[in-house]
Design a protein around this ligand. Structure first.
Ligand SMILES: [Zn+2]
Length: 151
């Protein structure tokens, strides 16, 4: 399962009752993207919730793809956001706090930790393959990204 399948909407019950319809807990579930972030439910949300929902839509759902928001870009952008927070030196607990403040989302710190570990291992593999291929630029890039994640 991708990390974006483990990102949840905070106050999910409260939001569902404001929207007067049930939505899945997963922020990236198809129905959540459609109802909470794209639909006309926005007007029914209280101000604090609406601000966060709009932030999320602006930051992650802003591509022009025909299939938007089901084109995969929102998930890719969110993964970049997580890696960026890690590169700023934040640990899993702090990352969960920040996504709560920014977008009213939550995740389990253990899931974030495994995601970061997987990312480091993927970069190690990329680095090793690039070394074999004598692709110095690629190897350097992977090494720098990895060092940002583990420092
Ligand atoms: Zn897209």
């Amino acid at each position: 399962m991708a990390i974006t399948d483990k990102i949840y909407v905070k106050n999910h019950r409260q939001i569902a009752s404001q929207l007067e319809t049930s939505i899945p807990k997963g922020a990236f579930s198809g129905a959540t993207l459609d109802i909470l972030y794209q639909g006309d439910g926005l007007a029914k949300l209280d101000d604090a919730t609406r601000d966060r929902v709009l932030e999320f839509a602006e930051d992650f759902l802003d591509c022009d793809c025909e299939a938007n928001p089901h084109c995969g870009h929102p998930e890719e952008k969110f993964v970049d956001y997580l890696l960026e927070l890690r590169a700023q030196g934040l640990g899993p607990d702090a990352i969960v706090d920040v996504m709560g403040d920014d977008y009213m989302l939550y995740a389990y710190p253990g899931d974030i930790l495994s995601f970061l570990d997987d990312s480091v291992r993927t970069l190690e593999a990329v680095e090793a393959l690039a070394d074999v291929d004598e692709n110095g630029a690629m190897a350097d890039r992977a090494r720098r990204l990895r060092q940002d994640l583990v420092r």
